[in-house]
Design a binder for this molecule. Structure first.
Ligand SMILES: *Cc1c(COP(=O)(O)O)cnc(C)c1O
Length: 386
């Protein structure tokens, strides 16, 4: 690819940004550089590569690619989404304070409440869909506002521009977990965020065959810090998984379009179904945050939660599906169905789950790329058991 990549469309950058043909052979795909070290020409003279924890060409191609897709300065790739968040949190020092969405990914909650609290990092958990709650939680010690939008499983929406304004006015950075929307639908840096984080395990890879995590920095000092922590703490992504993630990202645009088309069809079907209670999907006009999401994102994605009234009802639906698979995770080509109260959110105390709306009858779908008529028929026969 020649010329300024910033001027090119999303899918062109997804396929080409950061990925020059291999200089040795012209191979069109970035090779999997399976090497731990690099031979130096002579003492003090090398080709820019010394040791694989610090530099790996396959990983670097992925890092350049995600920086382009999110519109950031630098990308940083980690062994998992949680490794990326662990690295991100090293921006905060002992005695400083974080404000975070109260319905963040369960692993993020566990990291902050059971690991990083040992290092005297204080976190306040607030409903970030309400900007007044964010404002009220900010203190002179607050160094980071960490939000997820949409959230799991209630699809809560946070106003990114509003959150960025509050964070910056209080001298804090805004970091956004953009896993659910992907950069195809939502680019938080364009709304004032300072850092974007991804579990690349989900939509970016998209094929349920690798773990990975990514950070994108908008400011040079943050990028330099992440590179320094990668080298020092070493939670970097291996070249095989970097290759799989790059391969997945090449089709992100067409996959997200189809994920969303299937998602909308299923959400409308569920919304009109007599045996289904509330349906949580940002694309439904009645969804809280629908208008805010429409302002800051170009699509509604493929995650849907719906209430079938009871644990017994949820069990019937989960046991009867045939095309959909009962599993945790999301964002892959196959449709996954899960039960938040006993699976992803089992560790949340019952009273707190009720408060968040994660009732026993709630079922979550990550809608995949199968033929939509097959998905509709599968839901129909499963719901007929209620
Ligand atoms: C899966 C997920 C994570 C954690 O990523 P891993 O790759 O599983 O470590 C973080 N945030 C969100 C929103 C996720 O869905």
């Amino acid at each position: 690819m020649k010329g300024d990549p910033k001027k090119l469309g999303f899918s062109t950058r997804a396929i080409h940004a950061g990925q020059e043909p291999d200089p040795a052979t012209g191979a069109i795909n970035v090779p999997i550089y399976a090497t731990s070290t690099y031979v130096q020409d002579e003492l003090g003279k090398h080709k820019g590569y010394e040791y694989a924890r610090v530099q790996n060409p396959t990983r670097e191609a992925l890092e350049r690619n995600i920086a382009s897709l999110e519109g950031g300065l630098s990308g940083h790739a980690y062994a998992s989404g949680m490794a990326a968040i662990s690295t991100l949190m090293t921006m905060v020092k002992a005695g400083e304070h974080i404000v975070a969405s109260h319905t963040v990914y369960g692993g993020t909650y566990r990291l902050l409440t059971q690991v990083l609290d040992r290092y005297d990092l204080q976190t306040s958990w607030v409903d970030t869909s309400n900007l007044d709650e964010i404002e009220a939680a900010m203190t002179p010690q607050t160094r980071m506002l960490f939000v997820e939008t949409p959230t799991n499983p209630m699809m809560g929406i946070t106003d990114l521009a509003g959150a960025a304004e509050i964070a910056h006015r209080h001298g804090a950075v805004l970091a956004v977990d953009n896993t659910f929307a992907s950069p195809y639908f939502q680019r938080p840096l364009e709304h004032g965020a300072d850092i974007v984080m991804h579990s690349a395990t989900k939509f970016l890879n998209g094929h349920s065959d690798a773990l990975g995590g990514l950070l994108v920095a908008a400011r040079p000092e943050d990028g330099e810090w992440f590179a320094f922590v990668s080298k020092s703490a070493g939670a970097v992504l291996g070249p095989f998984d970097a290759y799989l993630t790059l391969r997945g990202i090449k089709t992100l645009e067409v996959r997200m379009e189809r994920h969303e088309a299937n998602g909308r069809t299923l959400a409308d079907y569920l919304d009109a179904h007599g045996k289904v209670g509330r349906v949580f999907y940002p694309g439904l006009a009645g969804h809280p945050g629908h208008d805010v999401h429409r302002r800051q994102a170009s699509g509604f994605g493929a995650l849907i939660s719906f209430d079938v009234g009871s644990l017994a009802g949820a069990k019937i639906v989960l046991d009867r599906v045939r095309v959909m698979s009962l599993a945790e995770s999301l964002g892959g080509i196959e449709t996954l169905i899960s039960h938040p109260a006993t699976m992803t959110h089992a560790a949340v105390p019952t009273a707190e789950r009720q408060r968040l709306g994660i009732v026993d009858g709630l079922v979550r779908l990550s809608v995949g790329l199968e033929n939509v008529a097959d998905l509709l028929a599968d839901l129909e026969q499963a719901l007929a058991g209620l």
